[in-house]
Write a protein that binds this ligand. Structure first.
Ligand SMILES: NC(=O)c1ccc[n+]([C@@H]2O[C@H](COP(=O)([O-])OP(=O)(O)OC[C@H]3O[C@@H](n4cnc5c(N)ncnc54)[C@H](O)[C@@H]3O)[C@@H](O)[C@H]2O)c1
Ligand SMILES: [Zn+2]
Ligand SMILES: [Zn+2]
Length: 369
């Protein structure tokens, strides 16, 4: 059946998000309607509202949510009504060489579901009956959403929605970058640029992986202080013009083994690369503006065998990595409770975005009723 829902929408670039009543159509073949319990506010949502991420407007935001299945379409075999699920913002065709090779984040068909469902249409309309696009095949910053079954992963219903939601982006992106992309080994040294929702998860991923030295870097003192709770052994507060690479080389006697850029800046990516030791690995997780670029001293590539790479959604396989993250949480190894600085009602969404922008939160989460 069709449902009405409140939803957080970006109608105009550079303007605050708006909360509106929308109509959510029932699921078609391969689709599922979810009643959302909670949705985290990620910097990528903010980036869609300011043009850093270029997406078709009007756009229902949200790609980090958890909820309960209320209706399943024809041909859905993996999910049933009442299952608890977490959203996944990558579409995977299941057949291309990357999907077949176990790297669905690189799926060649991903372009199909950037702001729509994989079939190119949407199940969402505004009060005037006009279609509303959805962020990354999700658009889950709403009370209800109809999405493709491959954009959902079933989870243990013991886990509260607000905490489970975080696995839909920040946790899997950060911890996955450490486990899957970099494969950080015990005893190593790790530098993390940017200690927001994603960076804090790189910090805790590094701690779980057994890194010996974890240096948290941010422009805000409060953020690096928080990073200590997640396992940082050292902190560095930077301001414009500081040479963080030089400081890191000094602190570690030659540079950290790994550096993760979790802000979204070409300049910081270059700093991360300069900071790492010979043979080190720098991983760009942050998403920079479209025109931004980065440069490295070419000679250091052969002579120092350094690597600069990126990590999308923690190089994860959602159905393997989401349960793995939640098992680490239930086992007391992964912190989720501490990641939530503040819970907001959906009507408070504009405040949640303002607080993200000003760096107030580790993560802000919108809780639906
Ligand atoms: N690769 C992926 O799959 C993926 C997934 C999710 C988010 N992201 C991107 O990761 C980035 C971080 O997301 P988030 O939700 O953690 O954002 P956030 O806003 O919560 O955190 C960013 C942090 O960076 C800090 N910062 C800003 N400028 C800095 C500087 N010059 N040096 C050091 N620290 C600085 C801020 O104070 C803040 O604490 C964004 O670019 C987001 O789009 C990427
Ligand atoms: Zn995100
Ligand atoms: Zn594919």
């Amino acid at each position: 059946m069709a449902r009405t829902a409140r939803a957080v929408i970006c109608r105009e670039l550079g303007k605050p998000v708006v909360v509106e009543d929308i109509r959510v159509e029932p699921p078609r073949r391969g689709e599922v309607t979810v009643k959302l319990g909670a949705c985290g506010v990620c910097h990528s949502d903010l980036s869609a509202t300011n043009g850093t991420l270029q997406m078709q407007l009007p756009l229902i935001l949200g790609h980090e949510a958890a909820g309960e299945v209320v209706e399943v379409g024809e041909g859905v075999s993996s999910l049933r009504v009442a299952d608890h699920v977490v959203s996944s913002f990558i579409y995977m065709c299941g057949e291309c060489r990357f999907c077949a090779g176990g790297r669905p984040v690189l799926c060649l068909e991903q372009g199909k579901a950037i702001t729509t469902l994989p079939d190119g249409s949407v199940r969402t309309r505004d009060g005037n009956g006009n279609p509303l696009n959805i962020f990354s095949g999700c658009g889950v910053m709403a009370q209800y959403a109809t999405v493709h079954q491959d954009n959902l992963v079933k989870i243990d219903p013991k886990i509260p929605f607000d905490r489970a939601a975080l696995v839909g982006c920040a946790v899997t992106t950060g911890v996955g970058a450490v486990f899957n992309t970099a494969r950080v080994v015990p005893g190593s040294s790790v530098a993390v640029f940017g200690c927001g929702g994603v960076g804090l998860n790189v910090v805790q991923g590094a701690r779980i992986a057994g890194a010996d030295r974890i240096i948290a870097i941010d422009t805000l003192e409060a953020k690096v202080t928080l990073a200590r709770e997640f396992g940082a052994t050292d902190t560095l507060v930077v301001k414009p013009g500081d040479d963080a690479a030089k400081t890191l080389k000094k602190m570690t006697g030659g540079g950290p083994d790994y550096a993760f850029e979790c802000v979204g800046s070409g300049e910081l990516a270059a700093t991360a690369y300069r900071a790492i030791r010979r043979g080190g690995l720098a991983v760009v997780v942050g998403v920079a503006k479209p025109g931004d670029s980065t440069a490295v001293r070419t000679m250091t590539l052969p002579f120092e065998e350094k690597t600069l790479t990126g990590s999308y959604f923690g190089s994860c396989v959602p159905r393997i990595d989401f349960p793995r993250m939640l098992a680490l949480y239930l086992g007391g190894k992964l912190k989720l409770d501490e990641l939530i600085t503040r819970r907001y009602s959906i009507e408070e969404a504009p405040q949640a975005f303002a607080d993200l922008e000003s760096g107030k939160n580790a993560r802000g989460v919108i809780v639906f009723r």
